[in-house]
Design a protein around this ligand. Structure first.
Ligand code: MSP
Length: 497
């Protein structure tokens, strides 16, 4: 089972392109699991508690539960519009609330929580205690100084175990630079116990047996990755078996929330005797003129739906998935998006599939049969095809979705070059039929890979190539097979913008 998660997004405003980017990366990973034939789940959702959200709802004079209901619906609708097949968790959901309270009680019983007082800085935008600095490095805003009662989680107790886990599993966090960052955090300082409740806001999950405190929004949110795995949490139950798939979890996160996922979250899981996730896949930020796209900076906001409508969903997916290198930030460019649609999706890939299918349907309406000979070009393409499939598999296993996407489109480029050089339109009779038989087979493979990155193009391609079996790697082109290869009537596969 592949269990893929995105961060659960704050329900404090509308989703923007940065959220869509994160979710599309994770969705590509889920789709890859699907073509491998493995059951795959994708979890996303909304993070609905905390001081920030309570504050926004109050400023807009909307009861906070109504406010988060509306916001959450907008996220849910966006994922539907972007054709992302996901499960959706909400932290105000009663089942999740019950699970958080059960975990709290377990941590108390274990002696891992104690009452204390927090005095220091707090960034409301990050919902993070940030001691010793005055301005938030992410939001560039002055921090609040707070002094309040709270419960502390004994993070210090888990420092050695965290270090051991990180040292033994260098593959736990990708890219490597983020692994090193997390390792430096755990080795570089004695870990301070973490404040995990708040007394100065009431919008949160009540701490059991202490009505003045609510669970810190990050502890609440992280637990959603597990709470959703069992829909029937009840006080007094600890049905760990039902959550066993969590051990397969791959968390897709932005670099801004690395410490929460690489340090605090594993420590909490260790304290709860739950397994640790398999991997953290850390992406950089999408920026506009060098500034992080963020609700707190309205000039950077880009609406993903507008882009999907204007440039096609595949165009948006391809642009976002292919353009990052090594988890670094990327500066969003609408011009590059448009040129990706025209040059790569329409001129190169769409045109290639369209031309091959067009020749087949016009000249060979009854299809073409396996030729007797295996021409040299076919052997060369087969080798490239095998390389592409193996490379993409390695890249998904090491969490590099962007490079996997580029390898897929490089393979498309290679096919295009071979098609150009082979020029089946200049060939006659059997010779043409033979070429087309091979290219049809290679395009079958291409459409399997495209279903991960540009699913609509893949679907249209498979329709015109008359490919009925599901797009699975196990259904890839087998040059030993005798099957008759057919195409349907075609039209343009990608509309230019
Ligand atoms: N609610 C927490 C996460 C809790 S997970 C248990 C949170 N939410 S958030 O709404 O601020 O979104 C966080 C994530 O959204 C980032 O980590 C990142 O994955 C994604 N992004 C938000 N803005 C982004 C960009 N500008 N660029 C890339 N990703 C962006 O933190």
């Amino acid at each position: 089972m592949n269990y893929i998660t995105t961060p659960i997004y704050y329900a404090s405003g509308d989703p923007h392109l940065g959220h869509a980017y994160s979710t599309l990366l994770a969705d590509a990973r889920r789709r890859y699991g699907k073509i491998c034939g493995a059951p795959s789940r994708l979890l996303t959702g909304t993070d609905e508690h905390g001081q920030k959200i309570a504050g926004v709802a109050e400023r807009e004079s909307i009861p906070v539960q109504d406010f988060v209901n509306r916001r959450s619906d907008v996220f849910l609708k966006l994922w539907d519009d972007l054709e992302i097949d996901c499960e959706f968790v909400r932290t105000t959901n009663q089942n999740h609330v019950a699970f958080v309270q059960i975990c709290w009680q377990r941590l108390i019983e274990k002696g891992d929580l104690y009452a204390g007082e927090y005095t220091g800085e707090y960034c409301v935008e990050c919902e993070q205690f940030l001691n010793g600095i005055e301005v938030c490095p992410i939001h560039n805003i002055p921090l609040d100084t707070v002094s309040e009662k709270g419960y502390f989680f004994r993070l210090s107790k888990y420092q050695d175990a965290l270090l051991e886990h990180l040292t033994q599993h260098p593959e736990f966090i990708t890219p490597k630079s983020r692994y090193e960052e997390a390792l430096a955090f755990v080795t570089g300082q004695p870990l301070q116990d973490l404040c995990v409740s708040r007394g100065s806001t009431s919008w949160g999950i009540k701490v059991p047996d202490d009505p003045d405190q609510v669970v810190y929004v990050w502890l609440d949110a992280l637990l959603s990755y597990v709470s959703v795995l069992n829909p029937t949490w009840q006080e007094g139950t600890w049905d760990v078996q039902s959550t066993s798939v969590f051990a397969e979890a791959e968390h897709f996160i932005g670099k801004d929330i690395l410490t929460f996922h690489a340090v605090y979250w594993p420590a909490i899981l260790l304290a709860l005797d739950l397994p640790l996730p398999t991997a953290l896949r850390v992406n950089g930020w999408l920026t506009v003129e060098g500034q992080k796209i963020a609700k707190s900076n309205p000039a950077t906001i880009v609406n993903p739906l507008r882009l999907a409508e204007q440039y096609s969903l595949d165009g948006l997916r391809y642009y976002l998935l292919s353009c990052t290198v090594g988890g670094q930030d990327i500066n969003f460019s609408e011009q590059q998006l448009a040129s990706a649609v025209n040059n790569v999706l329409a001129n190169s890939v769409g045109n290639l599939i369209g031309r091959c299918a067009g020749l087949l349907s016009r000249n060979w309406p009854d299809g073409v049969h396996k030729p007797v000979e295996e021409p040299e070009f076919a052997l060369a393409v087969l080798a490239k095809r095998d390389q592409a499939f193996a490379g993409i598999d390695d890249l998904f296993n090491s969490g590099d979705v962007s490079r996997a996407c580029r390898v897929c489109f490089e393979f498309a480029g290679t096919l295009n070059t071979f098609f150009q050089n082979n020029a089946p339109w200049h060939k006659q009779g059997k010779e043409q039929a033979a070429s087309l038989w091979w290219f049809h087979g290679f395009l079958q493979d291409l459409t399997i890979l495209l279903s991960v990155f540009t699913p609509q193009l893949s679907q249209r391609g498979r329709r015109v190539l008359n490919l009925e079996e599901p797009a699975l790697i196990e259904n890839r082109f087998d040059p030993g097979e005798e099957r008759r290869r057919l195409a349907d009537k075609t039209g343009p596969l990608v509309t230019k913008v």
